[in-house]
Design a protein around this ligand. Sequence first.
Ligand code: SF4
Length: 187
Amino acid sequence: MKTEIDTLRLLITLECNLHCKYCCNNIPEIKEKFKPIHLNDVNFRIYENICISGGEPLLNIPLLKKVLGKISYNRNVILYTNGKLLTRYIFEMLEGHGVNNISIGLHTTSPINFVEHILSEYKESRADGRIRLRFNLNEEYKKYNGYLEKKLSDSHYYSLKYWKMNDCERDNEDIFILKGTNIEDDE
Ligand code: SF4
């Protein structure tokens, strides 16, 4: 049975401030499925869930704001990030631009310290209790499971998920990559 497409995954850049050797964007069979599109041609209205991804979308805040400005507020908007650039101010900017979920990849050998840092920035921000945070940990780090799951059960605004290597595709998604990242091109 064909799965209904209800989710848009929009890659706004392939640039990243990390260079994970397992990155899905390095798999040629995945990369060839990215359909290039001009921002003005993206029909956000036909999707229930809108995943803004990359690369690292927080590397280009003006472009990110421009993309978010095209999405109506009654959509489930999920920002995918490695979290390195998340600060209280960025949380507030994202909340102000209609992001209601952030999916944070834990690409670090010290996930506990990193999660604690992110949570402290989040709690200091006006986005606290307004954006849900999902931390994604490689299943190889399940040994941290107990501590992080306890830590992340403090609030229903946080959760922890495990991801597997090479698990890069979802049946319910359209995947597009923005043509060019020069925001002047999108006027
Ligand atoms: S942080 Fe994400 S997008 Fe960046 S290299 Fe790692 S897996 Fe790829």
